[in-house]
Write a protein that binds this ligand. Structure first.
Ligand code: PMP
Length: 293
């Protein structure tokens, strides 16, 4: 883990990086966040992550107390200060300190926190063998209550689903929306392959507009693979030829078993493998440079 954490406008050592118990991020999950990756000295899609952070903040009427340019600089500075080239970056903006009531107007100072860490992802063999996951009973939040597009600090909906998966000994859960259509996983978007076509749920079903999802759609289109954003139910997932998840931490990872049903041939399929390769190539060459030399 990076030794230095950006907190309240300065860099402090991680064991001194503490927030107030009156911070509404802690008391109510009132805040927004991003998870970002750096590969080989470059931050991948930093501006897309900042754009989404700003959109999430706007949705909860939270004013981020730095400009995008300043925050870009602080993210890069955090990586330099921690001497990191390959990292996971957690950017948090919380409502800040208030009183014990909900009222955000009592929280005049939103708090920006930047934590950097070495990445811990799934072992490499799972990118060949694929994950076994399950559809769980916890439904994804409906957009009219807490829109899954908002990457807020309130992740209890996802955690409840994760607990269900964990109780079955599985690492991830597929969440359906209230109508029974596949929405997303607890921290990843989901894709299936039907014949030659790549299919992913549209965002309006109740999913985060994943940056990795967008990248995979771009890569597939460049590869001449047709992509459809449309709803599907678990039955279509069981019948699919390939399935994979996308997310900043997991990248592109195959799924080879869902609810005990083997997907395709039970190993990473050809389209999944092609997209994993293209994704890895892209992360090596694209991104905001952390160090100037
Ligand atoms: N869905 C959810 C609920 C997430 O929290 C995330 C990010 N961890 C994703 C999807 C994937 O988004 P991204 O590709 O931007 O990391």
């Amino acid at each position: 883990m990076g030794e230095w954490v950006y907190l309240n406008g300065e860099f402090v050592r991680k064991n001194e990086a503490k927030i107030s118990v009156f911070d509404h991020g802690f008391l109510y999950g009132d805040g927004v966040f991003e998870g970002i990756r750096a590969y080989g000295g470059r931050v991948f899609r930093l501006q897309s992550h900042l754009q989404r952070l700003w959109e999430s903040a706007k949705a909860i009427a939270l004013k981020i107390p730095l400009s995008k340019e300043k925050l870009t600089e602080k993210v890069l500075e955090s990586l330099r200060k921690n001497k990191l080239k390959d990292a996971y970056i957690r950017l948090v903006v919380s409502r800040g300190e208030g009183d014990l009531g909900l009222d955000p107007r009592k929280c005049p100072h939103p708090q920006i926190i930047i934590i950097t860490d070495k990445i811990s992802i799934y072992p490499e063999e799972l990118y060949e063998k694929g994950l076994e996951i399950a559809v769980v009973s916890t439904r994804r939040n409906i957009p009219s209550t807490l829109n899954p597009r908002i990457k807020s600090l309130n992740y209890l909906n996802n955690i409840l689903a994760k607990i269900e998966a964990n109780l079955q000994g599985l690492p991830e859960a597929i969440m359906l929306n209230k109508d029974g259509y596949v929405a997303e996983c607890t921290g990843d978007n989901i894709f299936i392959v039907e014949g030659e076509i790549l299919v992913t749920p549209p965002i309006w079903v109740g999913a985060l507009k994943g940056i990795t999802r967008d990248v995979v759609i771009e890569l597939a289109q460049k590869e001449g693979i047709s992509v459809q954003e449309r709803t599907f139910a678990p039955a279509a997932l069981y019948a699919s030829d390939e399935c994979f998840l996308t997310g900043t931490a997991a990248e592109v990872i195959p799924v080879t078993k869902v609810d005990g049903r083997t997907i395709g041939n039970g190993i990473a399929g050809p389209i999944t493998k092609r997209l994993i390769k293209k994704f890895r190539e892209l992360t090596k060459k694209e991104g905001t440079l952390i160090y100037n030399n």
